[in-house]
Design a protein around this ligand. Structure first.
Ligand code: UDX
Length: 433
């Protein structure tokens, strides 16, 4: 059993705190947002993440997981302190590390004995060195400490599964003492551990996310060519993925990647490379392809409806991917904004994300279900591949629509079947009728 503090009760912080409490540690999770902590103390979980609530409530009842707004208390009581605060993008693409620095300063001022300070927030290479320097500057007593980089690879929607069954655990560590503590902490997770220096660990995180983002842009570029030569991107992806060197994951063509990680991390990695004198053209191209995905979808709507102005467009899906209520950098939200700008009336439905989307999408009519969305709309555009949409009564949708048009940005249905049902059905990178 270790005494742990987790600073930052966002996605990464809450999942980390829950997983470490579940494996028997005593965890104090801290956030400066008093309202969030008040809710968590009362058992209300601020995000929707399958399985998270159950584990938080269980460990809260066992008194292994506590919540606080007080970094001082956390620093004094814990030996291992995880920094899980946000690192948002600045306008130039670089990561805003001010929250990380503030937390490091507060930890330093309250350290009375040896601590392991673990950066889990996604940060550019060389941040660990800056954290170390910050702590030294703010810790006049010269208390011993180690900084560790321990990047997180969890995916929203399957974060709990990813936390308990990681493909690997990366530990950037530069002292034997800290390495021993971290290895011990992660023993119950039974995953291969890659131990390396701090800069390498930080780089691994950016390299992984950038690679996956590039893989998505690659298949999206292939889908553009498929559309031009009447080929089928789903079959291309299937055959490519069966090659074990390529692998089948992250080859789903669509409207592009969004979310709180990929767009931000791609920007930050391009920025870091440029700062160090390297023009990361490959990654810039992946970003450009991704930015163009919105136009690809809009063009499909235009092809079907001719003029967008004054048309009613029904949108299914607002979150950046299924099984989450997260709309950060959601391509669906961007597309809706473009549709509104073009003068369309938009009706929308999402199983989980409507509450969060409401404040961002003024003028959109939010509906109670997909059928309400379809009623008297000129087309339905599917922007997030929720399982619920696969089970739609398509005959009913067709009756409710003004025109039987479905624009499928996530390739959820079979074109032949849709055409046979009488739909004008446009999807991504698939063969024409
Ligand atoms: C990602 C990484 O997967 C995770 O390891 C990291 O820690 C955080 O960033 P996440 O943002 O939760 O996780 O979602 P992910 O499932 O990776 O999807 C990201 C985006 O890519 C989504 O918008 C999704 O729709 C899109 N995507 C994913 C595709 O368009 N095609 C694919 O084949 C896969």
């Amino acid at each position: 059993m270790q005494k742990i503090a987790v600073i930052g009760a966002g996605y990464v912080g809450l999942v980390t705190a829950a997983a470490l409490a579940e494996t028997g540690n005593k965890v104090l999770c801290v956030d400066s947002d008093t309202e969030k902590i008040r809710k968590l103390k009362n058992g209300a979980i601020p995000i929707y993440e399958p399985g998270l609530e159950k584990i938080i409530l269980k460990n809260k009842n066992l008194k292994r997981l506590l919540f606080s707004t007080n970094i001082k208390e956390a620093t004094v009581s814990a030996q291992i302190i995880f920094i899980c605060v946000g690192t948002p993008s600045r306008h130039d693409g670089s990561a805003d590390l001010s929250a990380v620095q503030k937390v490091a300063q507060e930890i330093a001022r309250n350290m009375k004995e040896y601590k392991v300070i673990v950066e889990k927030s996604t940060v550019p290479a060389e941040t660990g060195e800056k954290i170390k320097h910050t702590i030294e500057m703010n810790n006049p007593g010269g208390v011993a400490f180690d900084v560790v980089s321990n990047p997180e690879f969890l995916r929203e929607g399957s974060a709990m599964h990813d936390a308990f069954h990681p493909d690997r655990i990366v530990i950037g560590v530069e002292s034997e003492r800290a390495e021993k503590i971290m290895r011990q902490l992660y023993k119950p997770f039974k995953a291969p551990i890659v131990a390396t220096n701090i800069n390498t660990a930080e780089l691994i995180k950016h390299a992984c996310n950038s690679f996956l983002a590039t893989k998505i842009s690659f298949i999206n570029a292939i889908s553009n060519i498929c559309e031009r030569v009447n080929a089928d991107v789903e079959k291309v992806a299937l055959a490519m993925g069966l090659d074990t060197r390529i692998g089948k994951e992250f080859l789903q063509a669509g409207i592009g990647f969004g979310g709180s990680c990929f767009p931000k991390d791609v920007d930050a990695f391009i920025y870091l490379a440029a700062q160090k004198g390297y023009d990361f053209e490959l990654l810039k191209a992946a970003r450009k392809i991704n930015q163009e995905r919105k136009d690809v979808l809009l063009k499909k709507i235009e092809e079907a409806l001719w003029i967008i102005k004054d048309k009613t467009i029904g949108v299914l899906g607002l979150s950046f991917k299924p099984d989450t209520d997260d709309i950060r950098s959601s391509v669906a939200i961007d597309i809706i904004k473009l549709l509104l700008y073009a003068g369309a009336k938009v009706k929308a439905y999402d199983p989980k994300a409507m509450e969060k989307a409401r404040s961002q999408l003024k003028g959109v009519i939010f509906c109670a279900n997909p059928y309400e969305v379809a009623r008297k709309s000129d087309c339905v555009a599917i922007l997030t591949e929720w399982q619920e949409f696969r089970e739609l009564d398509l005959k009913k949708i067709k009756k409710l629509l003004r025109q039987p048009v479905i624009i499928d940005g996530r390739n959820m249905f079979e074109p032949q079947q849709m055409h046979a049902m009488g739909f004008v059905y446009k999807s991504i990178g698939r063969r024409r009728k």
